[in-house]
Design a protein around this ligand. Structure first.
Ligand code: GUN
Ligand code: ZN
Length: 467
């Protein structure tokens, strides 16, 4: 998908003229070649397009051709971007039955304490990045634990795979087990050391990572704001308004703040390179402030369902002009597969429509379940834009980093029946994409190429130490 796709999709309307405007914009926004050639060199895209018009490039670089017979196998697109995920929670994914705060205390904090051991951190970092790649996510914005060595382990593993990974050590100085708490200014020194070692190195970026308002003192949040201001290209990630008990707790802990968002705003933590995970329990005033500040919300649909956090109001967020991404939030999220995220986002959109219809008795702006165009745009260029990385990843234009995946729309017998892929009566691209987002899992991710290097082929993972 290319520029404008998301914008045109926000033009909801019933009139024929709006529908035909939409169809025309869509035709411009989606580029699809049935016999495609992708030319890559030195980890970047050189050219992409129709095979016949690009044969002159064949001498230039490494080629990926999706043409007969391979076009019966694959749908090539940019690698997915997971904008919010916790690598130390890999091993507690699918832990039964708690809401946010209980879940943190019961599963998360004990699991994160094990990362004091660098060998454990290294083992999980390798497993986590391989699992991401296996699911087609070639880039990610990641929480480590509060141990600096956990961030080191993740960056090292990402570098071995040449992946675009933006990550940070979690900052916490209250309301968590003592073994996970930062002690005063030494912790900030850790962040400064990590920035010096990793930020901007190869495809890595450092992200300041105060976990969320309840686990930081006002002083720690203020210090994070100062550090953020001192380094103009640093990113920031945290959680915001995920759960109603959390919102209440924040009001008690920060009685002087106007609302939850203001806790971050007041110390300069909401800006255009900020990712707020969740943002479920916001009013339009807060949505507008986030939009004005250029921050983004990572919508984490499988997590919101799994932890019972609430139904994210994507339509209102879009109506206010907010930047949105879609992310897995593993281990709160129940899958590393971004196709599963799309499925859950679609279902949440359906429920929103039903709830709004019940309450208002009217067609509502909320009645907009995610379309496949929106979904695949979001996982690629949309998520890249939310993270301000659209000049690096998210599409396959010349000059972009060559992160490419190939999906197999006939990966399972049911998908093969539904998509009729490779048959003369194949269904439309839109229907194929929708079937993938409803029925797909890591089995449909047939090939994964990271910076031009193949990491998964014929559905099988290849070794990370390729060089
Ligand atoms: N809020 C604070 N920490 C976390 C976390 O680890 N996961 C989720 N989903 N929400 C949080
Ligand atoms: Zn999270």
């Amino acid at each position: 998908s290319s520029d404008g796709n998301d914008k045109q999709d926000s033009n909801q309307g019933n009139s024929n003229s709006r529908a035909s405007d939409m169809a025309a914009t869509l035709a411009r926004a989606v580029e699809h070649y049935t016999d495609a050639l992708l030319v890559m060199h030195a980890g970047h895209v050189v050219a992409v397009g129709d095979h016949r018009s690009l044969v002159r490039h064949e001498a230039v670089g490494e080629l990926m051709r999706l043409s007969p017979p391979r076009n019966v196998e694959g749908l090539m697109m940019p690698g997915f971007i997971d904008t919010h995920v916790h690598f130390p929670q890999l091993d507690i994914i699918a832990s039964y039955g708690h809401c946010l705060i209980d879940w943190l205390n019961t599963y998360t904090f004990p699991a994160e304490q094990r990362f004091a051991d660098p060998a454990h951190a290294a083992e999980v970092a390798d497993a986590f990045l391989d699992a991401l790649l296996c699911h087609g996510s070639t880039s990610a914005q990641v929480f480590a634990t509060s141990h600096a060595t956990s961030a080191d382990a993740l960056f090292r593993a990402a570098r071995a795979r040449d992946m675009r990974v933006h990550a940070g050590r979690v900052m916490m100085d209250r309301n968590a087990p003592p073994a996970l708490l930062d002690s005063g200014v030494t912790a900030l020194k850790d962040d400064e050391r990590l920035i010096a070692d990793w930020h901007g190195r190869d495809r890595l970026g450092y992200v300041l990572t105060p976990r969320f308002a309840p686990t930081s003192t006002p002083e720690q949040l203020k210090a994070a704001g100062q550090l953020l201001k001192s380094q103009p290209d640093l990113h920031l990630q945290t959680h915001l308004a995920e759960n109603l008990d959390e919102v209440k707790w924040v009001a008690e802990l920060f009685p002087d703040a106007r609302d939850y968002l203001a806790v971050y705003e007041d110390v300069g933590l909401s800006h255009e390179r900020t990712t707020f995970a969740h943002g479920i329990h916001l009013d339009d005033g807060m949505r507008q402030r986030i939009a004005d500040q250029g921050a983004s919300i990572a919508f984490c649909p499988t997590s919101n369902l799994f932890l019972g956090s609430g139904l994210f109001d994507r339509a209102s967020a879009r109506a206010m002009g907010m930047n949105i991404s879609i992310a897995t939030d593993v281990g709160g999220g129940s899958s590393l597969c971004e196709l599963e995220s799309l499925k859950a986002a679609y279902q949440i959109g359906q429920l929103h429509g039903a709830v709004a219809h019940d309450v208002a008795g009217l067609e509502s702006r909320a009645n907009q379940p995610l379309t496949p165009w929106q979904g695949f745009y979001q996982l690629t260029l949309g998520n890249a834009r939310a993270m301000r990385l659209q000049d690096k990843v998210g599409n396959l234009r010349p000059g972009m980093e060559a992160d490419v995946i190939v999906l197999d729309p006939a990966a399972t017998p049911l998908l093969a029946r539904r998509t009729r892929w490779g048959q003369s009566s194949q269904v439309s691209l839109q229907e194929v994409l929708f079937a993938l987002m409803m029925l797909g899992d890591d089995r449909v991710i047939r090939e994964v190429h990271v910076a031009g290097q193949c990491r998964k082929l014929h559905g099988l993972m290849l070794s990370a130490s390729s060089e």
